[in-house]
Design a protein around this ligand. Structure first.
Ligand code: PAF
Length: 282
């Protein structure tokens, strides 16, 4: 197992391989690895000669100190989970100082408005933090391909935008949401749910599936109303938002356009844990 804690040693290892034109697959994570991450890692291993995973809880993308403090940090278990897949994967687990120097500050980005919708509205500055860390990590790892889950669909679109605006030589690969057998989308935050809440949280996906079915016949407004009314009957949940938006622009669907692809995006709390999910509505 190759574990690097600083970018200089990772670069010293990678640069000769890059010079030999080896393909590098990259899976950026914040750790607390689950089966969703494992499926991204397996895909990278299948498609590239070398795979690098970063494990770094990025402070600049948290707009809530408590959320940052409580974010699960499980490096030893994460290393074991990577070993289960393959012993030759490179793990980059840097310190905050290695990434940011003395002061962790985010760069400010214009992602053509993608950053102003949904998660961007609820978590001001979040996507500046994501853009900053991804740009820094890509500069160090110089990946051929980088893998991201569609659970964070807005993040995925923003990273594609970052790559196109900054003309970065990397292919972004979006991977389907990995779900537990109950339907609950895999997330590091699920670790913090009680067994009971984990079971109940599968309700989020059930509502999304029902919304998808309804969207074939009904207007966006009717489907949105249905989701809000359904959540009102479930006092254990607090629905932060449900939106139907165009996949490309992430702008809300006011009137259906048959040429556009829409997705339903949801964020809800259970046991004070914020869970996000989405579903293609086509
Ligand atoms: O999705 C995540 O885990 C993080 O936002 C990412 C992409 C690793 C950046 O810190």
């Amino acid at each position: 197992m190759f574990i690097f804690n600083d970018k200089d040693s990772l670069e010293a290892f990678l640069n000769p391989l890059i010079n030999q034109k080896k393909t590098i697959g990259f899976v950026p994570t914040m750790g607390a690895l689950h089966e969703g991450h494992q499926s991204l890692i397996k895909r990278s291993v299948a498609e590239n000669e070398i795979t690098v995973i970063s494990i770094f809880v990025n402070p600049t993308q948290f707009n809530n100190t408590e959320d940052l403090e409580k974010y699960p940090r499980t490096l030893d278990q994460d290393i074991d989970k990577v070993k289960e897949i393959n012993d030759l994967i490179l793990i980059y687990a840097p310190t905050v100082e290695d990434i940011y120097g003395k002061s962790p500050i985010a760069e400010h980005f214009n992602f053509d408005g993608l950053e102003l919708q949904m998660e961007g509205k609820q978590r001001p500055g979040h996507f500046d933090g994501v853009g900053t860390i991804i740009k820094k990590l890509f500069a160090t790892v110089k990946p051929t391909r980088a893998y991201f889950g569609e659970k964070d669909f807005q993040q995925l679109q923003i990273i594609k935008k970052l790559v196109s605006k900054e003309k970065l030589p990397v292919k972004i690969v979006g991977c389907p949401i990995h779900r537990a057998s109950s339907g609950l989308a895999m997330s590091s935050r699920n670790e913090r749910l009680s067994a009971d809440a984990k079971e109940k949280a599968a309700f989020i996906y059930k509502v999304l599936q029902e919304a998808k079915e309804q969207f074939q016949q009904r207007s966006a407004k009717e489907v949105i109303d249905f989701v809000y009314t359904t959540f009102e009957k479930e006092p254990e949940f607090e629905l932060e938002y449900f939106e139907i938006a165009d996949e490309e622009t992430l702008l809300s669907c006011i009137e259906k356009d048959p040429h556009k692809k829409y997705r339903g995006f949801i964020t809800a709390f259970i046991e004070n844990i914020r869970l996000i999910d989405n579903i293609a509505l086509y």
